[in-house]
Design a protein around this ligand. Structure first.
Ligand code: F6R
Length: 608
């Protein structure tokens, strides 16, 4: 969602601010703005639309200032417009601020400020913060740090704030609660961003600000305190990837690059997880203080694509253990009155580790005494810090809004977690030895799957004049069907639905007509025949069917059959997902869609 950059140093702030915002573009946004500041004046530029629109109105020659803040906004309160774009300034343009998150009590604060004569120019919740800060600054006779502390203590909700002021133009003030903020520095500058990709061209050593902390950045250092002004420890970490990983590297889009990175991402994710004796190594799980023989239920919780990974994990695990396994969307979890106690294990899955619903769910699980375990792709993310223990998918930065390599690495890590859980719980994972062997083979299988790309390009043409498509599958194929449908709709805007294959005739089959595209997954030998019957039912009504199946499953009499390379049936949905990513990709290319930044979507959904 929204992106933030901030800079102070001996050089002009503008290059850092703009390159940082460019790197954060993938998060999704609808307007952008910057403020540059020095002793004499503050200059703010804001534009609706893309960064290119903002750059058109900036005069770089007129902006030699050495401190500044930048923002890309994804509208929540108020339409996307120049007026609602950040930064927001106080009346006399002496303080300017950008904000990520939601100020939940903004209406009450706004009412108080209006009564005191403050004038509001935007419809945003964020603007209240700059006027509140202004009012505290005046009341405290010009102590900006203390004014910021008073301000943040009044705010309810989530916020990452970045502030500049003409009063102290060589400093940038930062505050954080439940919205990410990362800080970096070089010998003569300090800077920040809402995620590490904004900083990676300047440094690999970063400080992930904690909830409830304020940082004051200046050219020669960084001071961090809590909201009461007590000094805080600074734990610097190294970003585990470099600048090339955050660039397109010759591909037309980040999505295609990331689809092709999957063999490597899977190899990296498996590093250290498979022992030479053929065992799964998951010490983070082993060390949880769970009474395994008393454990009653395991929840897998996430949003969107990561939720589909959860359905895969619970389907696989339920075949191996007697404990109840449940997959829940994080946005529903809190309202379901889940049974949470010390005999409950909650596994949270999130690429970004910053998804607001997932974070709210982990908070609830912890408060009720359940054990919490996280699977995420981002070191130092809020989820990683909230959970009792964390394991990482080592997919590298995922820039395209549509998740690809994060999903397949989540499936890989969840398969490992399921195997280890089945052992800890005294269960029996069917085909365990074969799954472990084939995890080792998976990168090579994915390489061969990627070679099927020309076929997916050809088949995507079937969607050319179609408004709808249907994805069907049973058991482990069902989350793949869900994920294939999600990929297609989010990047090509073709309406797509996924159903259990056996559910089709209970209603959805009414929608099948001549040339409707049905993508059928039939990779699981023991139930493939049943899925083939469901496919025949759609063909009888005029559907054009594409079948994705295993190497040895008997299939005859169908038009478009794609056979995946040999691999354990418990893992075959991983290469199947890759084919569906390519299918969605080519459908979107054929329609001329913006592959990496689909309309209305944001990479990291930091509002509930
Ligand atoms: C779809 C997609 C989203 C995310 C969801 C959760 O391609 O990427 O559905 O999976 O917003 O995001 P994370 O995994 O960051 O919690």
């Amino acid at each position: 969602m929204c992106g933030i950059t901030g800079f102070t140093g001996k050089e002009s702030a503008l290059p850092f601010l703009l390159q940082g915002l460019e790197r954060l573009e993938y998060r999704g946004y609808d307007s952008a703005g910057i403020t540059l500041v020095d002793h004499e004046k503050m200059t703010t530029y804001k534009a609706k639309g893309k960064l290119a629109d903002l750059k058109k109105i900036i005069d770089p020659e007129a902006c030699p200032q050495c401190a500044g803040i930048g923002h890309t906004r994804w509208a929540t309160h108020g339409v996307p417009s120049q007026l609602n774009a950040h930064p927001h300034s106080n009346a006399d343009s002496t303080i300017s601020l950008v904000h990520n998150g939601i100020i939940e009590n903004y209406q009450k604060i706004k009412k108080d400020l209006l009564a005191r004569g403050y004038v509001f120019r935007s419809e945003t919740d964020s603007e209240v913060v700059v006027h509140l800060l202004d009012s505290w600054y005046r009341r405290l006779n010009g102590d900006m740090e203390e004014a910021l502390r008073h301000t943040v203590r009044e705010l309810e909700g989530s916020f990452a704030l970045c502030i500049v002021t003409t009063y102290i133009p060589d400093k940038v003030f930062v505050a954080k609660k439940e919205s990410p903020m990362v800080i970096g520095r070089t010998a003569d500058s300090s800077f920040c961003g809402s995620d590490a990709t904004a900083l990676i061209a300047y440094t690999k050593e970063v400080l992930v600000l904690e909830d409830g902390q304020i940082a004051v950045l200046s050219a020669d250092g960084i001071k961090v305190t809590d909201f009461d002004g007590n000094p805080a420890e600074q734990a610097w970490i190294s970003i585990p990837y470099d600048i090339e990983a955050a660039q397109k590297g010759g591909y037309d889009s980040y999505m295609m690059k990331e689809i092709h990175e999957q063999p490597r991402a899977v190899r990296e994710t498996l590093r250290g997880r498979l022992s030479p004796e053929g065992k799964i190594l998951m010490p983070e799980l082993d060390q949880l203080p769970v009474r395994w023989n008393e454990l009653k239920r395991i929840y897998f919780i996430a949003c969107g694509t990561a939720y589909h990974a959860c359905i895969y994990a619970k389907t696989l695990l339920q075949k191996a253990v007697h404990v109840t396994c449940i997959a829940e969307p994080a946005s529903e979890f809190r309202y379901e009155e889940p049974v949470l106690d010390r005999d409950t294990l909650c596994i949270f899955v999130s690429q970004s580790g910053e998804t607001a619903d997932t974070l709210a769910a982990v908070k609830l699980a912890k408060a009720e005494g359940a054990h919490t375990f996280a699977v995420t792709n981002v070191l130092g993310s809020s989820l990683a810090r909230a959970a009792d223990a964390t394991v990482y998918t080592c997919a590298g930065p995922e820039i395209a809004v549509a998740s690809t390599k994060a999903y397949t690495t989540q499936l890989v890590l969840l398969a490992c977690i399921d195997i280890r859980l089945s052992e800890l719980l005294g269960g029996r994972m069917p085909d365990k030895e074969r799954i472990i062997t084939d995890l080792n083979n998976l990168p090579a299988v994915l390489d061969r799957t990627l070679d099927m790309e020309p076929m997916m390009e050809r088949l995507a043409v079937l969607l050319q004049d179609q408004r709808d498509a249907y994805f069907i599958g049973r058991q482990l194929d069902y989350p793949t069907a869900l994920e294939g449908a999600l990929k297609l709709k989010e990047i090509s805007y073709i309406h797509a639905d996924a159903y259990y294959a056996g559910e089709l005739k209970h209603g959805p089959i009414a929608l099948i007509e001549k040339d409707t595209v049905v993508m059928a997954l039939a990779t699981q030998a023991e139930i493939a025949a049943k899925t083939f019957s469901n496919i025949q039912e759609t063909i009888a009504r005029g559907a054009r069917v594409i079948i994705i199946t295993g190497p040895d499953i008997p299939v005859s009499g169908f038009e478009n059959v794609l056979r995946l390379p040999e691999i354990a049936p418990q893992l075959i949905d991983i290469p199947a997902a890759v084919l569906l990513q390519q299918f969605a990709y080519f459908a979107a290319v054929n329609k001329g869609c913006d592959i990496d930044q689909p309309r209305n979507l944001a990479k990291s959904v930091t509002v509930e």
